[in-house]
Design a protein around this ligand. Structure first.
Ligand code: R5P
Length: 294
């Protein structure tokens, strides 16, 4: 192991030089085998971007506001999302098997909000992701958390299983309340997840240094949504993330807790795929919703 005393801060990010992609539109995936690339292509599409809808919250917090009835709240949004991120229980019980979306299946979990959240385990065997025709599985990683090593072990278990059947793994950075959400932390967490072999990393947007977090991560960064913000702020955050190199967004509460979720997901899609500026996307939200006030 390198001597930490001699650790010098990273600084040369080469922000103007894209990473070699071998003519495949997904960062870091150009040398993967066919099945893995085919599944990633279902998530990201031809422009290499994804508008993913996250509604897996119930696996640790039960019936969150906006997810009381996933059949009523979420199914109408599916036609506007590239990918749906949920638990296998919800996919099988509620999501119509006729949907076109790429499915991203939660693959780690354990503790509820009543317990220490970093104490997760692997929550499903990879064969079930294949059975359900998932395009990827998602594993939470708690860098700096009490059970950091265990969460890395969960990640590695699923990455090994994923390589055996061509299933990509989305590593998700989970931030405990006591940790500082800055570029240094997210640079550390995202890079560790990618170094262990995850094919995508989901992480939060930060105002300072997000472009460096993206540059330092050899696989696509997907921006996490987080708590509900005013609609213009949420769209601005998504725009900034894409503008600074994120390959997409995976938003939940900022879409399904809106007054007009169907309008909001179309506005988010406009930012991710059509290059809409925040004000343009917000205008689209207002037009589609008939003037919703968040
Ligand atoms: C975190 O990645 C968990 O999977 C969450 O349940 C969910 O994806 C968070 O979505 P949001 O913060 O956008 O509501």
């Amino acid at each position: 192991m390198a001597d930490l005393d001699g650790n010098i801060n990273a600084k040369d990010w080469g922000l103007d030089t894209p990473q070699t992609s071998w003519d495949f539109p997904i960062k870091g995936a150009g040398q993967l085998d066919f099945g893995m690339r085919h599944r990633l292509a279902r998530i990201f599409g031809e422009d290499g971007h994804t508008a993913m809808l996250a509604f897996d919250h119930g696996y640790f917090q039960g019936p969150t506001r906006g997810l009381e009835r996933i059949d009523l709240n979420i199914v109408p949004l599916a036609p506007y999302a590239d990918a749906l991120m949920a638990t296998r229980g919800v996919f099988r019980s509620i999501i119509p098997s006729t949907v076109d979306n790429a499915l991203v299946m939660r693959a780690s979990g354990g503790p509820s909000i009543l317990k220490e959240l970093s104490n997760e385990r692997v929550a499903m065997e990879m064969a079930d992701a294949v059975r359900i025709d998932a395009a990827a599985v998602a594993v939470q990683v708690f860098i700096g958390g009490e059970f950091e090593t265990q969460s890395i072990a969960n990640l590695n278990t699923q990455i090994d299983a994923g390589y055996r059947c061509g299933m990509p793994v989305l590593g998700v950075t989970a931030v405990g309340k006591e940790l500082t959400r800055d570029a240094r932390y997210f640079g550390l967490a995202t890079r560790i997840i990618a170094e262990f072999g995850a094919q995508m990393v989901k992480t939060y947007y930060i105002d300072e240094g997000f472009d460096e977090v993206v540059a330092g991560c050899p696989v696509p960064i997907i921006m996490a949504g987080g708590k509900k913000l005013p609609s213009l702020e949420a769209l601005t955050m998504a725009f900034n993330a894409i503008d600074q190199g994120a390959a997409g967004v995976d938003m939940g509460r900022n879409i399904f807790q809106r007054v007009a979720p169907v309008a909001m997901i179309q506005a988010v899609r406009g930012v991710v795929h059509d290059g809409l500026k925040p004000a343009e996307a917000h205008q689209l939200y207002l037009e589609l919703s008939g003037g919703a006030t968040d």
